[in-house]
Design a protein around this ligand. Sequence first.
Ligand code: ATP
Ligand code: MG
Length: 284
Amino acid sequence: MFFILVASTVVVLAASVWAVRRATKPLGMFGEAAERLGRDVNAPPLVGSGPLEVERAAHAFNRMQEQVQRMIRDRTQMLGAISHDLRTPLTRLRLRAELIEDEEQQRKTIADLEEMQAMIAAALGFARDEAVVEQAAPLDLAALLQTICDEAADAGADVIYDGPEHARCIGRPTTLKRALADLVENAVRYGDRARVTLAIEPTRLRISVDDDGPGMPAAELERVFQPFYRLESSRSRATGGVGLGLALVRAAIDAHGGQVELTNRPGGGLRAMVLLPLSIGAAS
Ligand SMILES: Nc1ncnc2c1ncn2[C@@H]1O[C@H](COP(=O)(O)OP(=O)(O)OP(=O)(O)O)[C@@H](O)[C@H]1O
Ligand SMILES: [Mg+2]
């Protein structure tokens, strides 16, 4: 009697575990698909098989992905079109500015127009880049960082690399090079020098770009990732950029399933830290 009771309890338990697993398996699939979509909006659509409800949910998920793709495409096209169309009237204004007699007014007007032209060129570049998705490939991140540092040093900047000679991972080489070079450029431009360190961790690579500049108020550390956002102190700088660098860095690192954040270093200066999974899609 006792034996029958134990046996039936075991059977009921096993059946319950099997039923719960079967019922919750699609949830895991949706979770993974949502993560994939966050990293790459052009990820392949979900193939839902099983109960009717799961198939319906997969269908709805794929429709949502298509809508997001269309929205991004439309927005990028609009950004490109507006920027492109603004170029002609701006060129006309630039010619008219040459006729302004007051020298001071003329200099200021031309400077403003040049700033607008630079922003438009950057917006067009941004729109073009978003349309192209580079293929991921095996690469040596240590070698890539050393090249960035050597190129910056050749241009006269105070930049050093401190880390292993090789660090293999999977990524989009040109996208990553531009993003990491942007962080080095910021460190040199706003913080006088860049010290780039690389650490290989079990599932990810940790890159830090440190400088000796003024850092920034805590409230700005996240805000500077917004497109065209610049701090007041750098607006007036003749050497300043347009404020797209960090927005592109975040887009590039997000697309690799990584993270990027800025912190003020305890001893002064800013640190840009990037965490990059060893392969796109690996847990970070
Ligand atoms: N290392 C740094 N130290 C202090 N401030 C910084 C640093 N890096 C960025 N900033 C501030 O954040 C703002 C945004 O940086 P971001 O790289 O996005 O744009 P940018 O350098 O102004 O122009 P772009 O990179 O497009 O040429 C900068 O204008 C600057 O005010
Ligand atoms: Mg920049």
